[in-house]
Design a binder for this molecule. Structure first.
Ligand SMILES: [Zn+2]
Length: 134
């Protein structure tokens, strides 16, 4: 499987996105580069087996914050908004490689949703219904 990842953020609004190998990316450590977007073409070699492949997130699609339960509501401190229920979002750790390097990469909600083709909420709901059949 070959996927394209944007790093370090998922912001695609910048007009020019530089294409880098993972080795080149690993060498770009200055704070100037940390705010920029790059495109890396990688192959997913392995998916970390973990119970915490999703988290209770903020409802805003561009916000990847985890919400905190506060007085019966869920609060995103970044957006300073409360929600009656959290939005379940993906946070999947995969081992990704190209011909130069291999890295553990976190697939945040939008990237994971695009690969899997459904939301974390839907996948969790389907998983529960499968358990009921068995
Ligand atoms: Zn938020």
């Amino acid at each position: 499987m070959t996927i394209s990842l944007l790093t370090p953020t998922e912001n695609v609004s910048s007009p020019v996105i530089e294409s880098l190998s993972l080795k080149e990316l690993s060498e770009k450590t200055s704070s100037d580069y940390l705010k920029r977007n790059f495109m890396c073409k990688v192959k997913v070699k392995n998916v970390e087996q973990s119970d915490s492949w999703w988290y209770n997130g903020c409802h805003k699609s561009k916000c990847n914050e985890e919400v905190s339960k506060l007085e019966g509501k869920y609060r995103c401190f970044k957006c300073t908004r409360n929600y009656p229920l959290p939005q379940k979002k993906y946070r999947i750790i995969v081992l990704a490689e190209d011909e130069t390097e291999a890295f553990n990469i976190v697939l945040l909600d939008r990237a994971a949703r695009r690969l899997i083709g459904k939301t974390a909420t839907k996948l969790i709901a389907e998983g529960i219904s499968v358990c009921h059949i068995v």
